[in-house]
Unconditional design. Sequence first.
Length: 298
Amino acid sequence: MDFDADLIRALQEDGRASIRSLADRLSQTRAAVAARLRTLLDDRTVRVVAAVDPVFLGQHVLAHVSIRTEGAASVVAEPLRDMTETVFVSAVGGAHDLVTEVRLGSMAELHDLLARIRALDGVLDINTIIYSTVVKGFFVSDYHGDITLDAIDEALIEQLQSDGRKSFRALGEAVRLSPSAVATRVQRLIDGGVIKISAVEARGLAHRQLSMGVGVNLDDDTAIVEELRSGRGVDFAARTLGRFDMVATLVEPSAGALYASLERLRALPGVTRIEAWLHLAVLKEDYARTLRDPRISV
């Protein structure tokens, strides 16, 4: 058993899981779980944060952009990190030098953003894949519609975006409500799909987990969709439009484990081709957004 991996996986599924429930799930003492979690949070191995569902924010276009650079990739990475449309930026090894995930309101906005990226100094060329359906994503929460937020909800979300495990007492002090009232509001936001509270783990060659992106071409997606949705080492998966039929992010503790995961995918019925890229350094992973939605009454 990998204590850290199992603990982080549990937090990715439910970022606000209690120490008691985590201990029961991992068959560990509450003291051991509390101590290990505190260490992981303090050294930034993991962050537990809330993310607002992109559909609620009006971000109906999610895309993956692969970039080849002329010269140092860091020259391009810096302005990419500064763009509000990017939630993820990574230096990769493979056919491209950088990849980024972007979230926007419309195809017209995507075209404008891609023009800005192409115009950056050092960009040689780009390739874009659009997500048609997110199959698995810890920060896509399936907004159910018909939920209106007020200023208190907005303040609670801002607090949870910085610390998803902040106690109901501390949240109540921040918004001047009782802990029970805050708990009711937070649960409403989660149940309605407005927010998802999950764990972000530090990944890359300098960390305990390695991460690999995978693009898959298919003649039948039945088997691979189930594998990616239920796979323990899969952080993200989506059906896509572009040069691949699906993309996924695999996370494992070693190169050997990543290879084994790739081999399992290659062996699935319907898979015709796989292309992979190794995330050498995750330079940005930030899902926090300022709420400026017209459905919010202040």
